[in-house]
Ligand binder design. Structure first.
Ligand SMILES: Cc1cc2nc3c(=O)[nH]c(=O)nc-3n(C[C@H](O)[C@H](O)[C@H](O)COP(=O)(O)OP(=O)(O)OC[C@H]3O[C@@H](n4cnc5c(N)ncnc54)[C@H](O)[C@@H]3O)c2cc1C
Length: 508
């Protein structure tokens, strides 16, 4: 087996891994290796600025193509869980929305035991990640790698949706990522000059010529090398050849909310009973690994419209952060889409429009578990959608809010009919049944290696794995709970902070 030695070994070149590789290799005296199971490039559709075009990437060479276990809370449906497998990871196949969400979602992390993880502490790292010209520089970045272009001029339908949201009582915000986050704003996207800007485009490609940075693609990590309580590196394979890579300082898992807990479990770090049940030796009994799995659930109201179909490409769309009840935290996100979506992401028709409504802080919690000890076998993914009844109640409130928008002018006069759920779905029981049969993923699993200090925490507030020296996790898996926005901007900030922590805190 060939061995190569670096200071830092990062597993996974997704959103977080690209940030970590770029930031850690800024110091010319450290040697950084970045391992990625996918290739360096993928199909041309990856560059498309049209979020709906990303459906075409599902099941392609750049998708892990996971699926959930059958979900009793959504009529026993099995939900497709695409995840990026290419430089840029899921940021190379996602919907490109750039949104932080409401500060309350971050402050809740600290309340749950993630000391020092709140919005105020993360703000410098959000700012460091982006360049948002024309925005308030106290809260938005001015020189970060992720460039946020001005929102394009809205088409008539999108302008009507924004105006209807204001007429329905949602506060108009000049910047949805600015000082105020609750209300209606124009969605920002990771699109630059008409092309997707993944984390690889923003962070990694510009620094690929650094002599102290080695990027290994098609390098599939099988397990961590743990010796005497310390992680020494990673065993991986390229084209069927087994290799090891040694980390003299630290190994960082940035393999995502599925990949990172999966690798910990395959390395014997996780709940001892579960590891033994699949025949793996226990390296460290860490019961929280793979627990706390959660995901945003979404459904939609769809209207027919005589309007000409919206041109594909970067478009201005209205988004609303709202509350399911006056005493709730901001827990609903409504997103206007200028196409008639088919249920559960099975396609879209160009005529008509949709209002997605999503529950942003679900109470339901599920698990990621090993099927067996084979690293190439997909793990069992059970997000336990809508198993906590409070989630369904709040989603019913989301349906009500979305319909209220659809009934409000000037949007109402642009709709011909409510196609889904349809006007016969009215009473509480019918709405609940509609939601159980249509609710699906918003593609934002998190939480499987949660930050904290209690028994079930996987990493401490410096992101060090609680059982094993020389090992951190820095990606979507460390989020204790979901925030009121899609997760990519949050992961950029987590990884920015992780790079800072790695430079300033010891690894033991
Ligand atoms: C279809 C879809 C739409 C989305 N839409 C949006 C959106 O519009 N806006 C938004 O903010 N968020 C969106 N998200 C979510 C967002 O993209 C993710 O939360 C974010 O990219 C997660 O970053 P990460 O670094 O944690 O993981 P990832 O970006 O998934 O990176 C993990 C990387 O690790 C690699 N890896 C995993 N296991 C191994 C292994 N064993 N060996 C080597 N490499 C490995 C993977 O190939 C991947 O490149 C969407 C996600 C999807 C899938």
């Amino acid at each position: 087996m060939s061995h190569t030695t670096y200071d830092y070994v990062i597993v996974g070149a997704g959103t977080a891994g690209c940030v970590l590789a770029a930031r850690l290799s800024e110091d010319p005296d450290v040697r950084v290796a970045l391992l990625e199971a996918g290739a360096d490039e993928g199909p041309d559709e990856m560059a498309s600025p049209d979020p709906l075009a990303s459906f075409g990437l599902w099941g392609s060479s750049v998708d892990w193509a996971y699926s959930t276990t059958a979900q009793p809370g959504t009529g026993n449906a099995v939900h497709a869980w695409p995840r990026g497998k290419v430089l840029g990871g899921s940021s190379a196949i996602n919907g490109m929305v750039h949104h932080r969400g409401h500060p309350a979602g971050y402050d809740a992390w600290e309340t749950q035991g993630a000391a020092g993880w709140n919005y105020a502490e993360l703000l410098p790292f959000f700012r460091r990640s982006e360049t948002a010209p024309g925005r308030d520089p106290q809260v938005r970045g001015t020189d970060g790698p992720m460039r946020i272009e001005h929102t394009p001029e809205p088409g008539p339908l999108a302008a009507s949706a924004f105006a209807a949201a204001v007429a329905a009582g949602h506060k108009p915000l000049e910047d949805g990522n600015g000082r105020q986050a609750e209300g209606v704003s124009w969605r920002e996207t990771n699109v630059v000059a008409g092309r997707r800007q993944s984390a690889a485009d923003a962070y990694l490609r510009p620094v690929l010529d650094r002599p102290n940075l080695t990027v290994l693609t098609r390098a599939f990590a099988h397990r961590l090398l743990v010796d005497d309580g310390r992680c020494r590196g990673v065993e991986y394979s390229v084209a069927g050849q087994r290799r090891t890579v040694v980390a003299e300082r630290e190994t960082v898992l940035a393999a995502g909310a599925i990949g990172s807990p999966h690798l910990l479990l395959l390395s014997g770090i996780g709940p001892a009973d579960h590891l033994r049940s699949v025949g793996l030796a226990v390296t460290a009994d860490l019961p929280g690994v793979g627990a706390n799995l959660q995901d945003h659930v979404t459904s939609y109201v769809v209207y027919g419209s005589p309007e000409p179909p919206q041109a594909a490409g970067p478009s201005a769309e209205a988004q609303v952060v709202a509350r399911s009840s006056a005493d709730a935290a901001p827990d609903l996100l409504l997103l206007f889409v200028g196409a008639a979506l088919h249920p559960r992401w099975t396609g879209a028709d160009p005529g008509g429009f949709s209002i997605l409504f999503s529950l942003m802080d679900p109470a339901s919690r599920g698990t990621l578990r090993l099927h067996n000890g084979d690293p190439t076998a997909a793990p069992l993914l059970d997000p336990a959608y809508l198993t906590d009844d409070r989630d369904l109640d709040r989603l019913v409130a989301g349906l009500r809010l979305a319909r209220e928008l659809g009934r409000t002018d000037p949007l109402a006069s642009r709709a011909t009919a409510e196609l889904f759920p349809g006007t016969d779905v009215r009473d509480e029981a019918a709405c609940r049944a509609y939601l159980r049969s249509t609710a699906s993923t918003y593609f934002h699993p998190v939480g499987t290696c949660r930050i904290g200090t209690d028994e079930l925490a996987v990493v401490d507030p410096e992101l060090r794995v609680r059982s094993t020296a020389g090992l951190r996790v820095a990606d979507a898996s460390v989020m204790p709970s979901l925030v009121s926005a899609p997760t990519n901007a949050t992961v950029l900030a987590i990884a920015e902070r992780a790079a800072h922590l790695m430079r300033t805190t010891s690894d033991a």
